[in-house]
Write a protein that binds this ligand. Sequence first.
Ligand code: GTP
Ligand code: MG
Length: 204
Amino acid sequence: VRVKKAEFVKSSTNMAQCPQPKLPEFAVIGRSNVGKSSLINMLTGQAALAKVSKTPGKTIYINHFLINDSWYLVDLPGYGYAQRSKASRLEWSGFTKEYFLKRETLANVLLLVDASVPVQQPDLECASWLADAQVPFSLVFTKTDKRKKKCPSPRENIQAFQAALLRDFENLPLIFETDSETQKGHAEEELLKEWDAVPNVLTT
Ligand code: GTP
Ligand code: MG
């Protein structure tokens, strides 16, 4: 296992509160309830490190977790959960955007996409936003174990999402598939291997 040590460092509500930018960090973003906190727990092998909830909007701060004393995993609040706003609008708090644009030690963003539901507009918008801002990111499909009745399979949803991205971009980012429920076919070894390497920027 690559993660030998994982500890919660702090929660921040703005850039100034974040830990000194001295270590590379990898941030997890995606719609509320997509499984960001669950993925962090799966990757670190600590079931209760990041707070998980069935209710969307659980994570409301930028949470830094120090891994192996040498890099950070960062849990961020999800987007797309604000009943007052249109579902298609990307709902990031100002500080999350600022974090993406200004955090100099940000090595790669993991954009999580729920494989159990059809393509969601906010996820495509998030991918476009990251690409336009030239923020290096990878794509992680979550809940690949979850098959909803009368819905397309996770496999079909994943393919449809990639096809939708390819309508706007010439290439695709690195893609991983995870299932933090049963951990079957989990890709954390692969994921962390990539994170150890120099991250590649998505070209558009
Ligand atoms: P916010 O912090 O609210 O933005 O949510 P989050 O993206 O951190 O999601 P969280 O990890 O809290 O998980 C939300 C719900 O999805 C929980 O009930 C998890 O148990 C469930 N979940 C997460 N990953 C998986 C998965 O791979 N498969 C299945 N079936 N359920 C999952
Ligand atoms: Mg969370």
